[in-house]
Write a protein of this length. Structure first.
Length: 129
């Protein structure tokens, strides 16, 4: 599936505008002084199931610069989001630095893992880079 989607993305990328829609981007400054650029509109990846990679890839190539996902397998497919990111990066049209990625972790989902590894590891199947 990934090879087919990648081929379609490469072909489609030439026909799509690279700028996409013009949504405002807000710069937020965290308590540690780090600035984060957050688009006012993000693409929600819930309930896409096995088509997550296809839909997220298409959204990014059409101008979305933010993706929302979560470590909740009932509603989200984070590995599909990761595969979409890899496919889009491979086109050379977008880089990680241009995107805002938001994920959520439910405490109950990771409670057993939390004792033995950092909370960030609970979402290890989602590889944004």
């Amino acid at each position: 599936m990934r090879r087919w989607v990648g081929a379609v993305l490469c072909a489609a990328a030439k026909a799509l505008p690279t700028a996409g829609p013009k949504y405002p981007v807000h710069t937020l400054v965290g308590a540690n002084g780090v600035e984060v650029r957050v688009p006012s509109v993000v693409y929600g990846s819930a309930w896409k199931k096995e088509r997550t990679e296809e839909f997220v890839s298409a959204a990014l190539l059409r101008g979305y610069r933010g993706v929302d996902t979560a470590n909740q397998p009932k509603h989200y497919n984070e590995s599909g989001v990761g595969a979409a990111l890899a496919s889009v990066y491979a086109t050379g049209l977008l880089q990680r630095e241009q995107l805002f990625l938001q994920t959520k972790v439910r405490a109950m989902h990771c409670i057993a893992r939390r004792k033995s590894q950092p909370l960030a590891m609970c979402s290890s199947h989602f590889n944004p880079d």
